[in-house]
Design a binder for this molecule. Sequence first.
Ligand code: FAD
Ligand code: SF4
Ligand code: SF4
Length: 463
Amino acid sequence: MANMSLLKNPMPVQEPLVRNGNFKEVALGYTEDQAIDEANRCLGCKNRPCVGGCPVAVDIPDFIAKVKEGDFESAYQIISKSSALPAVCGRVCPQETQCESRCVRGIKGEPVAIGRLERFVADWHMAHAEGAPEMPEQNGHKAAVIGAGPSGLTCAGDLARMGYKVTVFEALHLAGGVLVYGIPEFRLPKAIVQKEIENLKALGVEINTNIVIGKTITVDELFAKGYEAIFIGSGAGLPRFMNIPGENLKGVYSANEYLTRTNLMKAYLPDSDTPIMSAKNVAVVGGGNVAMDAARCAKRLGAENVYIVYRRGKEEMPARNEEIEHAEEEEIIFKTLNNPVEILGDEHKCVKGIKCVEMELGEPDESGRRRPVVKDGSEFVLDVDCVIMSIGTSPNPLIRNTTEGLDTQKWGGIIADENGQTSREGVFAGGDAVTGAATVILAMGAGKTAAKAMDEYIRSKNA
Ligand code: FAD
Ligand code: SF4
Ligand code: SF4
């Protein structure tokens, strides 16, 4: 029966002041009844506006129709035709600016909770699926993928399904890219990512970890080893700093290092080999999803006060609304319209404070957002013993510096056409390495497109 409620079924969550002391997943997921009730809010629109908002065009009305019927496995099969990692996307896609932003139910009330339904369906499948996917028939051709993030894994999976022998080369000791080293366990449990990776291995994808392309082996050497096409999905993991005095003090981290130590190296476990110095008061500089993740991790690692220091207002923050709300509920303190100018140290060269100035918003700049301007005489010091810089990242120059004929943008992004083809024949690229820091679903979409182009390229070479 149609559900004309203006509101989404709320997502059951851990209580804020319980969850800010543990690393377990915050959102608990819909029950079957809640999922069917939410699916009944979908009108099954003939012109399917929601599909246009999804970068990989998931067949949203059709999968939701199956949820209405309680046929969750068929719903899963429909989603997985377009999305390689639905359990991941259902959790981390910025649905409010993508699929859900186009939902007609959002005109008067809240849109259908498409992301929550996608997560429900993927989790249901994982809990009930038997056995691993079957290994496809091999076509006798070899392709290499650099980087085991969402773009590389998607590209590898699609090529493997087409029959290629695919080898993934990953610099870190675990596959998953940002899904394992960046996004914290409480937003994306690592067991889910691991399960997806096991499925890829069952398709015959070989994942070689601890191999840094450009150091251990180069792109040219991969060609010499018989790989016929190469996909670069090496992400944008090089952190930016503000270049203000004091950034070299003990207790200053890039968000990438802080999150990698926390998520990948499990610094929150008592027996971790790479613990993080415990801090009482932490300032996280930045206003994106990465800053929210770092702040929420710092709270869980035992900090009493965690500040988000951001130079614009809350409305201008690039982080998802849901992440900002979750951070606020977990008692993260927002110091908006504040900009750091110096990090202060004690006699041991440890952080003892961060000097900031207050800002006000002036005229819009080239990004369309109002430019922050310093308020005269507004300098003040925030007492903190840890500072986490989260003001953006760019692609690491290692691969472009060691690969002949690979053109890049001034800021480091690899130049690739709409099919992922780079300036170097046989080399394709996608995800953050091309676009700069973006989203999981866009990276997956780029991996998918490149896999198709690589297949065409290898076929044409062998025709
Ligand atoms: P990555 O995920 O960065 O993977 C690249 C991989 O390449 C890494 O494993 C890296 O180790 C490896 N690599 C790099 N150089 C080499 C080399 N030389 N040799 C071998 N391997 C190499 N997006 C969302 O949609 N929703 C979110 O909620 C969200 N939250 C985020 C939170 C954080 C903390 C961060 C950092 C990002 C977040 N993002 C989010 C962005 C999203 O994770 C990225 O856009 C996405 O992971 C990009 O995928 P990718 O495959 O291009 O690169
Ligand atoms: Fe929405 Fe992301 Fe799923 Fe597409 S993949 S339907 S954008 S949640
Ligand atoms: Fe359902 Fe909304 Fe898509 Fe219409 S726009 S089919 S109501 S999800």
